[in-house]
Design a protein around this ligand. Sequence first.
Ligand SMILES: [Zn+2]
Length: 61
Amino acid sequence: MVDPTSDLDEDVDESNAPRCAVCDRPLVRDPGHRVVTWIDDGRVETAHFCGASCRESWSES
Ligand SMILES: [Zn+2]
């Protein structure tokens, strides 16, 4: 679990953290955090995931 009161050395909290594209969980120093980027119509798109299981369920849909 992440203790939000101990994040003084990090500039990320739940209000500005990326969220998992599948389960919408805020990713605050999440050890399973994965990022996927791709080019869509000339723009760089980014998706964040909290772990491999969400990453896989996203790519299957
Ligand atoms: Zn997730």
